[in-house]
Design a protein. Sequence first.
Length: 367
Amino acid sequence: MAHYFVFGEKDASIERGFVANSTASLKNSGLDEILEVGKEFQVDSTNFSRILRSLVYFPITAISESVASGEISLNAKYYLNLYEAASVGLDRDITLYANAVSQSWDEGDGKFTDDPQTETGVRWRYRTSGTGSEWSSNQDNWGGTYFTGSNYVASQSFNKNLAVDMRMDVTPIVRSWMSGRIANEGFIIRRKAVEETSTSASGIFKFFSSDTHTVFQPKLEVEWDDSTWQTGSLSPLTSDNLNQLKMYVENMNNDYKKGSIAKIIVKGREKYPAKTFSTTSSYLDVKYLPSGSSFYSVVDTKTDTVIIPFGSGSKLSCDSSGNFFKLRTGELEAERYYKLKFKIVSGSGISAYTNFYDEDLIFKVSR
């Protein structure tokens, strides 16, 4: 299981109010359970937009050390994961951007609902507490300063009618941090600048922050391919077998201690093997699944949240005993139940087809 997760260390939303120089630009939300990104437009004599951006910081020292030691591949990809929490007013398909922040900032201890509002920590106008740390001497550059250019920005488009969880590929940014090209000051998540100041409404994205009491904290996901392939004397399952395939696992426990690592053996067999004359049952034949296109996924059974998605970091391996993968429970929340699912892609081009398998393979991770 070639996935590694780092949870957010600090985060906050910053707001520019409907009126220029409003007190909203002094509001801190560092301890709020929600991160907000978007804009609202108020049609009146001011024609001024309310703009919301969010900052999120992840420590990456452990990732850098693991890359240096070879534990994590140099070719690993990095994803920013934020989980939707009742966004409002999304009236069109929208693209969000994440840039590398260019200055340090303090999280603060305020909430959106504080009355009077908290004015310490990061805000639209200031990076830290007090009034001596404006983001810029130019008011037009308040709201967080950030690097631009292809290595320092990422994006993800969202359909207004679909779930708006974020899984944004931020690989170039993280690699820039690890190379020392720029300092890691976190991400700033925002709308495109011209859209923030336009006269059209767009609604507000709401994501869970690191202060949430749910399991949906922001996380930086590392994904790489650690699969190996050696079939020995095994025979392959052919494309004709895959439509009538039964997936099962051997040696999977009902309960794993958090932090343990288990080799899960995955086998596929034909539900209805052809009748042959043999001294052994055809149901006992072990055949290997398609190389490079057989995947597993780990799903939280209570929330149906995909923890480990189908992808390059969840390819099945193979040795002389069959297919397998390594389940690393240190990346999973304790005291929760999870389900394994499988995906197999067979063929290529227009003749390729995909099969999904859900055999109710459930396990628990305990403290």
